[in-house]
Design a binder for this molecule. Structure first.
Ligand code: BTN
Length: 254
């Protein structure tokens, strides 16, 4: 159905009509030994999970709700970089089909016209410095047009911004093919060194003034790029550079 031009990613695709969360199912399957590269897709999620314990609204037949099972030979501390790989894959794919340009908001939100269209939730299981599995969960609001009032201000869909609907299968194909390409590049050095330029070119924060909340403290400065470990390079008003980890800070525009 997808006519995927990948070597391992999505060689097996498991599709659910309705599921609690594709990440949750992917984790169960991974525990039962499901192989590297398997993709779990759902038409609807009843308990889609977002980052920081938030709920991810996943109405039927409107979006892309998928999870990728990976078993990379990688130190567990590097698993979070796969989130940035997912961001790159999504932004590239979306930009092939939209007039409005999509950007990555570090680390992984995809933004069009200042609103979020997509996010990634990466979950991992490891033991003694060895990754057992990683689940990279990607959500894209594609054809949703009826957002609740509370999230309307911050969330959108491709259909809302472009004024037309999109074929989800084509986007899934693009995301998986592009994910595999970036993943393979990432695994060469097991860091983002070959992808920094690519990422920075698509990152909305780079060269902008941002406000970061670090340990409850607000700091204002300029984001100047990312490191090969995927951290944000942030220069404070004093000129001092800080390296920010995505787990520790939340970044806002001004
Ligand atoms: C975020 O908060 O930005 C991350 C959202 C991730 C949502 C996706 S949808 C498919 C996968 N399954 C889940 O339960 N969550 C992720």
């Amino acid at each position: 159905q997808y006519d995927l031009k990948t070597t391992v990613l999505g060689k097996e695709i498991i599709v659910y009509n309705q599921v609690d969360s594709t990440n949750k199912q992917a984790k169960k399957l991974a525990i039962d030994g499901e192989k590297h590269g398997t993709v779990i897709l759902a038409e609807e999620q009843l308990e889609g999970k977002g980052r920081r314990g938030r709920l991810w609204k996943s109405p039927p037949n409107k979006g892309i709700w998928l999870s990728i099972i990976l078993r990379p030979d990688l130190h567990p501390s590097k698993a979070s970089m796969l989130t940035l790989i997912a961001g790159l894959a999504v932004v590239h794919t979306i930009n092939r089909y939209t007039k409005n340009q999509a950007f990555i908001k570090w680390p992984n939100d995809i933004i069009i016209n200042e609103k979020k269209v997509s996010g990634t939730l990466t979950e991992m299981s490891s033991e003694l410095d060895v990754i057992n599995y990683v689940v990279v969960g990607i959500g894209v609001n594609v054809n949703t047009t009826d957002f609740d009032d509370e999230i309307k201000e911050i969330a959108t869909s491709l259909a809302n911004e472009e004024g037309k609907s999109f074929e989800r299968a084509l986007l899934v194909k693009g995301i998986l093919e592009s994910f595999e390409k970036f993943y393979d590049q990432f695994m060469v050095d097991k860091d983002l060194s070959h992808l920094i330029n690519e990422y920075e070119d698509n990152c909305i924060n780079v060269d902008k003034t941002v406000r970061v909340i670090l340990d409850g403290q607000e700091k204002i400065g300029k984001a100047i790029g990312i490191t090969k470990m995927g951290e944000l390079r942030f220069v404070q008003a004093s000129g001092e550079e800080m390296i920010l980890n995505s787990g520790e800070v939340s970044v806002r525009g001004l």
